[in-house]
Design a protein around this ligand. Structure first.
Ligand SMILES: *[C@@H]1O[C@H](CO)[C@@H](O)[C@H](O)[C@H]1NC(C)=O
Length: 296
């Protein structure tokens, strides 16, 4: 039943609820509502390093010598689409990591879907590392170098998580697909709800050129900006319908995989911008992990 959907939309989060916005997005079928950071998120690490701006509709994260910081959603979700616009640290950001991820917060059986933005020296490309943890097991890193400077403007980063696949998008380009291949014995995250998390921290022991490039603290403080959180997911605890309801948009036939146009973009990014794939790293995996052979 449609009224069992329990959709949570914070589509308008971090965005002033102006008439213009309502008009522009009035075609959205779920209940979009204007919201501020404090309505949907909480600070998990260092209050003093997270600042609300633009009337609470956007936030600034700070990393300095004293601390990084982090925040998380108040809700947990089971499936949905989770996206945010981020403007990363300009100039020399080597050694810093900004992360945007989903996490079940369940220790040794945790499920986790990661976007990690690894800073770099001025003029060098920012790397996006993605990973997939299922039942506490990760080690599924892939890396691409971005084809634009992510500090000049906001770009949209999306994790779309359905029963059938997980797709990571940079703007409208799918950079990674993790398919549900349970039919051939590959674990897939679908039993545990996940929250949305983000952190900005000092990772110069590994992030940039494997830890060779250190943070230049004379350039601190470092700032990352977030706005327009857009979440269409099934809030948990919710109705049993969260587990399966054909009325949830993500169960629809259009979301079973990539569209032909998306598939072209996906192959383009992997052919031209991928710099690391655990699937082809024979020093770590003499035999490719089974999901690597299962295709998209
Ligand atoms: C940083 O830039 C170097 C040189 O262009 C590149 O090899 C590397 O992939 C970039 N990213 C990181 C995280 O080191």
């Amino acid at each position: 039943m449609a009224n069992m959907l329990h959709l949570s939309s914070i589509r308008a989060a971090f965005f002033v609820g102006t008439i213009m916005y309502a008009l522009a997005f009035s075609f959205v079928t779920v209940s979009g509502r204007p919201a501020t950071f404090v309505q949907d998120f909480r600070v998990t690490w260092s209050d003093s390093h997270i600042r609300q701006i633009d009337g609470g509709t956007a936030i600034q994260l700070t990393l300095d010598r004293n601390s990084g910081c982090g925040f998380a959603s108040k809700n947990q979700y089971l499936f949905g689409s989770f996206s945010v616009k981020i403007k990363l640290i300009p100039g020399d950001s080597a050694g810093t990591v900004t992360a945007f991820y989903m996490n079940s917060d369940t220790n040794y059986v945790r499920d986790e879907l990661d976007f990690e933005f690894l800073g770099n020296r001025s003029g060098q490309p920012t790397t996006v590392q993605t990973n997939v943890y299922v039942n506490g097991k990760g080690s599924r890193e892939q890396r691409i170098n971005l084809w634009f400077d992510p500090s000049i403007g906001f770009h949209t980063y999306t994790i779309r998580w359905t029963r059938e696949n997980i797709i990571y998008y940079v703007d409208d380009v799918p950079i990674r697909v993790f398919k549900n291949n349970e039919a051939i014995g590959i674990p897939y995250p679908k039993r545990q709800p996940m929250g949305i998390f983000s952190t900005l921290w000092d990772a110069d022991d590994w992030a940039t050129r494997g830890g060779l490039e250190k943070i230049d603290w004379s350039k601190a403080p470092f700032y990352t900006y977030y706005k327009d959180f857009d979440v269409d997911g099934c809030v948990v605890p919710g109705p049993a319908a969260c587990a399966f309801n054909p009325n949830n948009w993500w169960e629809g036939p259009n979301y079973r995989g990539l569209t032909p146009l998306e598939a072209r973009k996906y192959h383009w990014v992997r052919a031209n911008h991928m710099i690391y794939d655990y699937c082809t790293d024979r020093s770590r995996f003499p035999v490719a992990p089974p999901e690597c052979l299962a295709g998209i």
